[in-house]
Design a protein around this ligand. Structure first.
Ligand code: PA5
Length: 460
């Protein structure tokens, strides 16, 4: 195993650091039976092939196919638009934003190292029309990504794009990433002769970043996919350990679950002090929220994920984190060495509010702010965990994403729910289909019509 570059620090969650509401070793030792049970559920799922996301880094044939096609698109086209939503967009977007130049689209083509990626994601016509207005269609490829093959938002965009291209251009410019056998996209792609890549059925949408869902766009953009997978494999190996103090994902999940259930802290704030991880925060929100927010018999369980960015949110959310309700745990992420460094110049030395900054590195300011904030929270009795990356590179992203995926899978049994389904999102989809006249959804429309009429009194 290559040396890990990611370290978790739980110090500022302990009673020694934050006082009465903090964690003690005995609290974790008491979790041994539930940890063993959750470990058993995860390993059995893997053995039976039901839970496949941890094994993705070893699937070389599928990886090679996705990377080859991604590189081909990256070499042929200036732009790649990802048509997808939820797990079919958030993972590749997180990778792109974390690992490419922050303003890659503004760089000259020769310095971009691959295609520019765009993630319209939503079916907001202003965004999609606006994007197509500024892209040269002939120099643009489209990755239609939908595991189920039938997602309305994705199809609305794909239908629009298809209508702008003739059959030959569609074959050249559209690639379908979807279930290997079933679904509307698979059927259309086969009929139309589009190139396709499979999403493995045993990998859920929000766990699919290391399948062609994430790898095709990453390779097209010139991201070091081999290093990404190496980092993920490394973390998957670390997460095979059975004991909490050896297994970073089990420890992360268990500590967050303990604060939720023992100290009524159900809000989990992911707060990287790295701008490039902003979209990783969005990816985390989907992974954590959609996997763990579930109905359990008569109960409703699950933590509430929140995404913040430091130091930006020190000037926004931090007041609430520091003095608001005692219902949160903050998980910081830091990068010791930034990809680019700047030193703050000396200047205006007659101004004490300014003079002390001169000579410090920007990264020193940022990381000192993170440390100071975490200690200030601790001094106020508020727990935090810090995930430290040596540097935000492809290897570290692989480690970070695999860490959260295993922590999510492990949290399922801790909460006593299935983390891989999302029954709660179906009701709204049914109503939408009913209202838009999809055959088979007449019942959903009738249900809506039977609801109490909306009253004029409540319109202002
Ligand atoms: O995690 C999930 O399964 C969902 O959030 C999906 O990713 C999302 O609904 C998109 O589904 P699909 O990839 O089938 O279009």
């Amino acid at each position: 195993m290559t040396n890990p570059t990611l370290q978790l620090d739980f110090n500022l969650s302990t009673a020694e650091q934050i006082g009465g509401g903090g964690l003690q070793r005995a609290d974790l030792e008491a979790l041994a039976p539930v940890v063993a049970q959750a470990h058993q559920a995860l390993t059995q799922g893997r053995r039976e092939g039901r839970i496949a996301f941890m094994d993705l880094p070893g699937q070389t044939a599928a990886i090679d196919e996705a990377v080859a096609l991604g590189r081909e698109l990256g070499a042929q086209f200036e732009n790649l638009v990802v048509l997808g939503i939820g797990g079919s967009s958030l993972g590749p977007k997180a990778l792109y934003k974390a690992l490419k130049h922050p303003f890659v689209s503004l760089l000259p083509a020769s310095q971009r190292g691959g295609a520019r990626l765009f993630f319209p994601d939503n079916s907001d016509p202003s965004t999609f029309a606006g994007l197509l207005e500024v892209l040269d269609l002939k120099r643009t490829a489209f990755a239609a990504i939908t595991k189920s093959g039938g997602t309305a938002e994705t199809w609305a965009q794909l239908l629009h794009v298809s209508s702008q291209l003739d059959a030959t251009a569609r074959q050249k410019q559209i690639v379908a990433v979807t279930d290997p056998k079933v679904g509307a996209l698979r059927a259309v792609a086969t009929k139309e002769g589009w190139r396709t890549l499979p999403v493995p059925p045993a990998v859920g949408g929000r766990f699919s970043v290391l399948t062609p869902v994430g790898l095709l766009p990453a390779a097209a953009a010139g991201i070091d996919v081999a290093a990404l997978l190496k980092g993920a494999a490394n973390m998957a190996k670390r997460c095979e350990a059975t004991t909490l103090f050896e297994n970073p994902a089990y420890m992360l999940a268990s500590v967050l679950h303990w604060f939720h259930t023992q100290h009524a802290r159900p809000i989990h704030v992911l707060m990287p002090y790295v701008d490039a991880l902003r979209e990783t925060g969005d990816w985390f929100v989907q992974l954590w929220g959609e996997s763990l927010g579930k109905k359990k018999g008569r109960e409703h369980v699950g933590p509430t994920p929140v995404r913040a960015v430091g130091a930006t949110d020190q000037h926004s959310l931090l007041q609430l984190l520091m003095e608001g309700p005692q219902d949160k745990v903050v998980v910081f992420v830091t990068a010791e060495t930034p990809r680019e460094e700047l030193t703050i110049p000396h200047g205006f030395s007659d101004q004490p509010d300014v003079a002390y900054l001169g000579g410090h590195r920007f990264s020193k300011l940022l990381n000192t702010e993170q440390y100071a904030t975490s200690v200030a929270l601790a001094a106020n009795g508020r727990p935090s965990i810090t995930i430290r990356l040596q540097k935000l590179d492809a290897f570290a992203m692989g480690e970070l994403m695999m860490l959260w995926e295993v922590a999510t899978a492990f949290s399922g049994p801790l909460y006593g729910i299935n983390p891989y389904d999302q029954p709660g999102v179906e009701a709204g989809k049914r109503y939408t289909c009913g209202l838009l006249g999809r055959p088979g959804y007449e019942g959903a429309k009738a249900e809506l019509e039977a609801r109490p009429a909306l009253k004029r009194d409540w319109l202002l």
